[in-house]
Write a protein that binds this ligand. Structure first.
Ligand code: GLC
Length: 651
């Protein structure tokens, strides 16, 4: 948008821009900067307008964008142009992702290169490599305590190998996702060390305080993220002689975004990784970016302004690169990380659908879709040009992050229902085969979360311990059922490494003093490639899961109506064991697929008249796209096998 104040300011900035920058061919850069500058200026002013150095900082911001544009490899610049044309490219059902730890999946980046064919065999074409930037040994929170944002952890490899990997993936039309830990640094980061040594410039990169007054005031409204292992939100640093804000662990220092230098540093880092070949950047813990006394210091308006600014600046330099919001917050808050607009994502194009994830786990425990339906109905519609990341498990714990109001609407009492779910996944009931491990128990609030792999949570570990074959069959069916949902729901399905071969909890973390108090390591397994080989041997668990998923992924990629265009209709049917929705073509509503998932172990029936999608004369034409077989239909009644699912369409 053209606006005179910002436009004349931009002219001044461009006149002053350093000669080595202005000599370059910046044609596309300038058109994009012109398009976004009004917003960039307004938002930057909202955050930093009252500072005497505002203009100087704005000049630096533009220079950082320009420098990174100049450094952007030609191939990536071309990709930017292609993606600008094909702007809905990421809404396609063709993308199927997997999140993995490079070292635990394949030792290092070289190993990952060698195993790319394994991922391709399964149909994965988007790989989220969990954080690989340099971290201290030990106190690293699984890579989320970064000590150097511009280098790769030597244990996993070098930048050169990452480039080779990125190039190889690009050749195979696969997407690379990397993490940017925006909210904090390790206490061993150079900035933290300079702050410690007394440098006020770098102390201003963090929230540090001489006395307990400020920390005590903040604490009145701030929840604890890791109450058992890292209680409180501040840590006394002996060397600095000051308190420092540490919302996560005591070695993760929160960055101070009221300081424009921090914003500019982090933008520079984002653009740096975009230029290393990342297609998508996962922005970690974005809900925490702005701290305000008297608030929970989560989901603040300014956190959204920071993300919008990052997006607006990112679009100028590397518009083909997308952001994923990792904001595991209440459903109403979660959607705001797409940015508030009517059509396009103004903050992050993609966000973790933590609500759907938690609701699916409720459905597993209750064998009912009551809360799942209710929770999905309450989840505000997402923007047209934004999409969810749908996942069953990830490297973190499962938090029951749905709304109490929805629990009530589904007919339960919130606190007893939450307690039931925790106890269910800890395997405290006779009919529960789950082998979950508690995480983040908060004695004061009664809150608790769950760790454990998918296979262990749905009973495969129990089945292996007891030799119960029925339990093993059921667990495999539930694993596939849940994947049938993330693959058809709309959004990018993100599998979690190890789940494709039924990996159970790995308790070896208990022997490592740096990990023993963090049960999330139980579901961050080291891949056993011998076990993975069994995917080729009929009759094994690995064969059953891997090959079914492989087929499911291949079939889902062929189903155009699975692309994410807000083209889903949810049905609340008479049988609460069934979760039912249709995915349809916006232009031709007759083109549709009905997804019917049975959350119960016994066969369940659905009267097709309840969904009223087809005249009964057409039922004989229905086919399940996954198996290619006709479903069981008796007159008007469709029968879905125990823990079974259909992707139904007319042929
Ligand atoms: C994110 C990560 C989690 C980490 C936290 C702090 O939530 O997913 O693993 O502990 O951020 O960086």
């Amino acid at each position: 948008m053209y606006e005179q104040i910002s436009h004349s300011l931009l002219n001044d900035i461009l006149n002053q821009i350093r000669p080595e920058i202005s000599k370059q061919d910046l044609r596309h850069f300038y058109t994009r900067l012109g398009g976004n500058f009004y917003v960039i200026h307004s938002l930057f002013e909202r955050l930093y307008g009252n500072r005497p150095d505002f203009h100087h900082q704005l000049q630096r911001l533009v220079e950082i964008m320009a420098r990174n544009y100049i450094n952007r490899p030609e191939e990536l610049k071309q990709l930017d142009l292609d993606r600008e044309k094909d702007y809905n490219w990421f809404l396609s059902q063709q993308w199927v992702g997997m999140a993995l730890y490079c070292d635990r999946f394949a030792n290092d980046l070289q190993g990952l290169r060698k195993h790319l064919n394994y991922l391709q065999e399964l149909g994965i074409n988007l790989v989220h490599i969990m954080p690989i930037m340099r971290c201290p040994e030990g106190s690293s929170d699984g890579g989320y305590a970064v000590s150097d944002f511009r280098d790769i952890d030597p244990h996993v490899g070098t930048l050169d190998v990452l480039h080779e990997l990125a190039n190889e993936m690009r050749k195979n039309d696969s997407l690379l996702v990397l993490d940017i830990v925006l909210n904090h640094t390790s206490n061993e980061h150079k900035w933290a060390q300079l702050a410690r040594s007394g440098d006020p410039f770098y102390q201003d990169y963090y929230y540090t305080f001489e006395t307990r007054n400020m920390p005590d005031t903040f604490e009145q409204n701030m929840p604890e993220i890791f109450p058992e292992t890292a209680p409180g939100n501040f840590t006394w640093d002996e060397e600095m002689g000051r308190w420092v804000m540490t919302v996560f662990h005591d070695y993760q220092w929160d960055l101070n975004y009221t300081n424009p230098s921090v914003f500019i540093e982090m933008l520079d880092i984002i653009l740096y990784w975009a230029n290393q070949g990342a297609d998508i950047l996962r922005l970690d813990a974005v809900a925490f970016l702005w701290k305000k006394i008297g608030s929970s210091c989560q989901n603040e308006e300014e956190a959204h302004i920071i993300l919008q600014l990052l997006k607006d600046c990112g679009q100028v330099t590397a518009p083909g690169v997308l952001f994923i919001a990792e904001a595991i917050v209440a459903p109403m808050e979660m959607v705001k990380y797409f940015g508030e607009d009517t059509i396009i994502a103004k903050e992050c194009e993609i966000a973790y659908n933590a609500t759907f994830m938690a609701l699916m786990w409720d459905a597993v425990a209750t064998k009912s879709a009551k809360l799942l339906n209710q929770g999905i109905k309450s989840l505000p519609a997402k923007l047209d040009r934004a999409t969810w990341l749908n996942y069953i498990r990830c490297h973190d714990d499962i938090g029951l992050g749905f709304d109490d109001a929805d629990i009530v609407m589904a007919g339960y009492e919130p606190s007893s229902h939450r307690k039931f779910l925790i106890d269910y996944f800890l395997g405290k009931y006779n009919d529960s085969h789950a082998r979950g491990i508690p995480f983040g128990i908060n004695e004061e609030t009664g809150d608790a979360r769950i760790s454990g792999t998918l296979a262990s949570l749905v009973g495969l570990q129990y089945a292996q311990e007891t030799g119960d074959e029925q339990a093993s069959d059921d667990a495999i069916k539930i694993i596939l059922l849940l994947h049938s949902l993330i693959l058809s729901f709309g959004g990018i399905p993100l599998l979690y490494y190890g789940d494709e071969i039924g990996t159970i909890n790995d308790l070896s973390y208990l022997k490592d003093p740096h990990k023993a108090d963090d049960s999330r390591w139980a579901h961050r397994p080291k891949i056993d490639w011998g076990k993975a080989e069994r995917r080729h041997t009929e009759g094994t668990v690995e064969y059953a899961i891997f090959n079914a998923l492989k087929r499911m992924i291949a079939v889902s990629k062929e189903i155009d109506v699975f692309a994410d265009y807000n083209n889903r209709r949810l049905f609340e049917v008479n049988n609460f064991h069934l979760f039912v929705y249709a995915r349809y073509d916006l232009k031709d509503r007759d083109k549709m697929v009905l997804v019917v998932a049975n959350l119960d172990g016994k066969p369940q029936s659905l009267n097709l008249k309840d969904v009223a999608l087809w005249p009964d004369s057409q039922y004989h034409r229905l086919i399940d796209l996954y198996t290619g077989q006709k479903p069981d239909i008796f007159k008007d009644t469709l029968v879905v096998p125990g823990f079974g699912y259909y992707w139904l369409s007319l042929i």
